[in-house]
Unconditional design. Structure first.
Length: 411
């Protein structure tokens, strides 16, 4: 697999633009549609179709530019396509769930993997300047967060409409993290303000998975690893965090009900706060049901069910809502690749991820990874499927290149 991690080259201008567009345009499109449709009552017929056709052009052109002599990645991509084809053939029961409408570029899993996830791996594999990539991501993220905040204000406060909490929250998650990374790097308050406003908007909307993903990110990044701070600062931050935790535990009910009352007074309902009040933030009957199905399925076939195997087992074991994904990356990997190969993939993935995230030698690569991990990895512990999450496949390519670079240094 061809990976460039340090050499600077202006030839990557298109690849950087294409990768940023493919990551952030879906969110921007969603926010603009929400503002115009929900917030202003306007018709936006054709906007989403135009955006996704443009993305498809970028994706395919990026693939064609970077597929030549990239034999390892071509082989890997071919394997993914074969796995999906085999599942389509042997599981006719879930064909509508994994393919569906052939021209659907948004909700058709096989289309998303084929036309976006795989080409984005080729585009990411060609990036030669990760500092320039981050600079591009930062510009796109500021725009995305601003649109997200406007969306919440216009739709909820002005028009009195209800947003799709999960769609909104995950659409803004990556951009919030990029803004915080921009602040850590450049110490410019505008990035911090942008990140905070984005987080407040996400919190108000209330997808608990997105909120938890960000909180995990910020704790890991600020307390345990931040190359811009010294040990004294880290100890101070850790101490403050412990104090805040103790205060939260002592006055938990007062804090949660107080925030909830404040939001209610301005007409906002937060699903995240509702879960806290109910005492069920980490509980979900549906996910418990899926976990039980996973256990039974692995007992029945420990060798795995192939691509989208979790869709098949949830259908075969009679889930009330029909075929769906398992809402957990590790369970999905084991379900698809079996009890013997799945854990190996998980161990390799986790090892390389932590090695790269805590690397002090490749700051630009590490920074980009920290931006992508909350949405492209942590989210998969609560929601989504790795087959269709574009950020996940970009992370895979970066981890491969980072590991290759480490091996080359050892010799």
């Amino acid at each position: 697999m061809r990976i460039y991690l340090h050499r600077k080259d202006e030839r990557n201008t298109f690849e950087i633009f294409a990768l940023c567009a493919l990551i952030f345009l879906p969110s921007i499109n969603n926010f603009i549609n929400s503002i115009l449709q929900l917030g202003m009552g306007m018709n936006t017929t054709g906007l989403t179709e135009t955006v996704y056709v443009f993305m498809l052009i970028l994706s395919l052109w990026g693939f064609l530019r970077n597929c030549i002599n990239n034999n390892k990645l071509l082989l890997f991509s071919g394997l993914l396509l074969v796995l999906m084809l085999v599942s389509y053939i042997i599981y006719p029961e879930i064909r509508p769930d994994i393919y569906g409408d052939p021209i659907d570029l948004i909700y058709n899993p096989i289309n998303v993997t084929t036309f976006f996830c795989i080409p984005m791996m080729f585009i990411a594999s060609s990036i030669q300047d990760y500092g320039k990539l981050f600079a591009g991501m930062l510009k796109w993220s500021v725009l995305t967060v601003i649109l997200g905040v406007i969306t919440l204000w216009q739709c909820v406060f002005v028009a009195g409409e209800t947003l799709q909490y999960m769609v909104f929250s995950y659409a803004i998650l990556t951009s919030i993290c990029v803004c915080f990374e921009g602040f850590f790097l450049e110490k410019k308050k505008r990035y911090l303000i942008c990140g905070i406003l984005g987080f407040i908007s996400m919190f108000m909307c209330g997808a608990r998975g997105a909120v938890l993903a960000f909180l995990i990110y910020i704790v890991l990044r600020v307390v345990f690893f931040n190359p811009t701070t010294n040990n004294g600062t880290r100890i101070t931050v850790l101490g403050i965090s412990i104090v805040v935790l103790i205060i939260t535990l002592l006055f938990y009910d007062n804090i949660v009900f107080g925030i909830d009352a404040l939001l209610d007074s301005i007409g906002i309902e937060s699903r995240f706060l509702e879960r806290l009040i109910e005492g069920s933030l980490l509980e979900d009957r549906s996910r418990s049901e899926l976990s039980s199905m996973f256990v039974e399925a692995i007992k029945h076939n420990p060798f795995g069910y192939g691509a989208f195997g979790d869709r098949y087992i949830t259908y075969a074991f009679g889930r009330a809502g029909g075929a769906t994904y398992l809402h957990n990356l590790f369970l999905e990997l084991i379900c698809d690749f079996g009890l013997f190969i799945g854990p190996i993939i998980i161990i390799v993935l986790i090892y390389n991820l932590f090695k790269s995230l805590f690397s002090k030698r490749d700051a630009a690569i590490t920074r980009v990874l920290w931006c992508l991990v909350p949405c492209g990895f942590i989210q998969l512990m609560f929601s989504g499927s790795f087959w269709t999450l574009k950020e996940f496949w970009v992370i895979i390519v970066i981890l491969y290149g980072s590991a290759k670079l480490r091996r080359e240094r050892e010799f």
